[in-house]
Design a protein around this ligand. Structure first.
Ligand code: MG
Ligand code: ZN
Length: 442
């Protein structure tokens, strides 16, 4: 799969007379001498599948002009028995070409010196800038030393271009292997959400559910969480990126869980909301069903040819009409859509690309406006309604209710496929998964 990705990227580079450098990233300090667990940059995963820090893949579509010259060169850490004893195994230079299918492997220490030589003659260098100042500086140094050589009859690249329109466009279209990886991630996410639904009970802490979810992800052999879990009971659910996950839950509240397993660095991103007691109250049921109706209508708009904004507008219309019907906002649908009275309860957009990054690369609009869905794209669909506990404008019965439901939708040639389909979502299914717990617990 990764060599396929490299080949496609090389074709794009050739068309543009461009070369590219893709970096894996480096260890980041957590505190004192402890690092965060290393997670390679998604661009680097896409073209190598390799998980070591301090690497860079250089892609050269013309090589150095001869048939045998390498088109893919991986710069990586050299083997070092002492360092490996302390910090773990390294693939090393000798084994890299065969293990990863790259044409040539060289020590990472040689990268910047080699680049000046390798990049001569290309019009453009495609590399990420703006993330690492020291690295940007070195890239500019390479560029200026190339420009100093032009009097010798060579051509220096005219620009450094962000991978947005090349590598990130490729990442937007998932092939069958990638779809399978995200489906696999979702099969573990299903277990995690169902376990959390079963575990929730009056007096339990959000952290117990969080632990259950993380444990399910890790035990499955996945690469962890796709993003920080949100386990938000009651009013905490109205904080979109709540992350404390440390409050005691009570009957009468709901829990909003936004958590997705990462499998081989491919993300799932799923939200479910369910009652702590296992039974929705009437107001909770009304809001939940409204969000679910908006979601189902919205998912129908995820199909080839439909512009990216439509599924959001559809969800918005359903939610706005529902808020009118429940007496939470007043006016006709057109009036409410116009004055946006609903917006303080819906807050966010209805979805985003999903892939190696949870908010995946790929643009949402071109010069002509929102782009249309095409087969292979994966978007989340995640409408929500949020009523804070201190909102004096609404009937007290709605206060502290937060509902978001989120699935992962693949655009297919004839419509879409829901990659998180099996995760309980109807009121009936949610109550039944929650009830399985009550029985088990008693
Ligand atoms: Mg999410
Ligand atoms: Zn999401």
């Amino acid at each position: 799969m990764y060599s396929e990705h490299r080949e496609t990227f090389l074709e794009v580079l050739a068309e543009r007379d461009a070369a590219s450098i893709v970096f894996s990233g480096t260890h980041q300090t957590r505190n004192n001498d402890c690092d965060y667990r290393f997670r390679p940059d998604s661009d680097f995963v896409y073209v190598t599948g390799f998980n070591e820090p301090e690497c860079a893949l250089v892609l050269l579509p013309h090589g150095k002009g001869t048939e045998e010259s390498p088109r893919t060169i991986l710069f990586l850490r050299e083997r070092d028995p002492l360092m490996e004893t302390w910090n773990g195994r390294r693939l090393g230079i000798d084994r890299a070409p065969e293990a990863l299918g790259v044409d040539l492997a060289l020590p990472i220490g040689d990268l910047w010196d080699c680049l000046t030589d390798l990049l001569i003659g290309y019009s453009t260098i495609i590399a990420p800038t703006g993330l690492d100042e020291a690295r940007d500086r070195k890239l500019l140094d390479v560029l200026s030393s190339l420009r100093n050589k032009v009097r010798g009859g060579t051509r220096a690249p005219a620009s450094i271009e962000h991978p947005r329109d090349t590598l990130h466009e490729l990442r937007l279209y998932k092939n069958q292997n990638e779809v399978d990886l995200i489906a696999k991630a979702n099969s573990i996410t299903l277990q995690a959400h169902h376990a959390a639904m079963a575990l929730a009970a009056d007096g339990r802490n959000e952290c117990e559910l969080d632990g259950e979810i993380v444990g399910t992800f890790i035990k499955s052999g996945g690469t962890g969480e796709s993003y920080n879990n949100i386990v938000a009971s009651g009013n905490n659910g109205t904080i979109l990126h709540y992350g404390e996950n440390n409050q005691v839950m009570h009957d009468g509240q709901m829990v909003l869980i936004d958590a997705g397993c990462e499998w081989k660095y491919y993300a799932s991103d799923v939200t479910r909301t369910f009652p702590v007691s296992g039974k929705f109250t009437e107001p909770q049921r009304a809001i939940y069903q409204l969000v679910l109706d908006a979601m189902m209508a919205s998912i129908d708009e995820v199909r080839p040819g439909v512009p990216f904004n439509v599924f959001h507008d559809t969800a918005t219309r359903v939610l706005a009409q529902g808020l009118i019907d429940l007496g939470i906002v007043s006016g006709t649908l057109e009036e409410v859509l116009e004055n946006r009275d609903f917006a303080k309860y819906t807050i966010h957009k209805t979805g985003h690309w999903l892939g190696l990054d949870v908010h995946d690369m790929g643009s949402y609009a071109g010069n002509e406006g929102p782009r249309a869905f095409e087969p292979g794209m994966i978007t989340t669909v995640e409408p929500g309604l949020y009523f804070t506990e201190d909102d004096v404008d609404i009937d007290p019965k709605w206060r502290g209710i937060a509902v978001r439901i989120e699935d992962n939708i693949l655009v297919t040639t004839d419509g879409n496929r829901n990659l998180s389909e099996g995760i309980a979502k109807t009121i009936e299914d949610v109550e039944s998964v929650c009830a399985g717990h009550t029985a088990a617990c008693v």
